[in-house]
Unconditional design. Structure first.
Length: 172
């Protein structure tokens, strides 16, 4: 017969928490490319500036009149960095449209540094954006279900820097 004591056993990890062991929130500004005419319009000036700066760093000097594509969108990328995350570990990130894009569906997030409140980079994100909504348009109607301007990149972030967890050996 099993004893009552055996049934009542509780693991320490289920009823305790390590002091200073907590998630850290990270964020970054990025670009999603590969959109089918659902990206930001020319009214989103920061998208044009970010794309121009990126292309200049790659040795391409675009002219302002060249920016007519709606295949790019500015996004904010966020994630929670769990305690004890190690460099090289992959984690999910959230991607949300910053400009006037109508959908991020089918887009790819370009390499985006993710920073903590101290503005140090702790992870870098990149990858295919998965959205939970759908949208469509015909001559007679527009169709939208759920959110298409926010999504996730599964395993899209790679931890670059470990957050040190400090523990006090003395209790107050």
């Amino acid at each position: 017969f099993p004893s009552v004591a055996a049934d009542a056993m509780v693991k320490v990890k289920d009823i305790s928490r390590v002091i200073e062991s907590r998630d850290n929130q990270l964020f970054g500004y990025g670009l999603v490319v590969g959109l089918r005419n659902t990206g930001d319009t020319q009214r989103s000036v920061f998208t044009e500036k970010a794309l121009t700066n990126l292309l200049k760093k790659m040795g391409i000097k675009p002219d302002k009149k060249d920016f007519k594509s709606r295949n790019v969108a500015s996004v904010m990328v966020t994630m929670n960095l769990p305690p004890y995350a190690r460099p090289g570990q992959k984690l999910d990130v959230n991607v949300s449209s910053l400009g006037d894009a109508t959908s991020l569906s089918g887009g790819t997030l370009l390499m985006t540094p993710l920073q903590g409140p101290d503005f140090n980079t702790y992870a870098v994100a990149q990858g295919q954006v998965i959205v939970g909504g759908v949208s469509g348009k015909s001559q007679k109607m527009n169709y939208k279900k759920n959110q298409t301007t926010a999504g996730r990149v599964p395993n899209g972030a790679i931890v670059e820097k470990e957050v040190k967890v400090s523990r006090d050996d003395q209790l107050n």
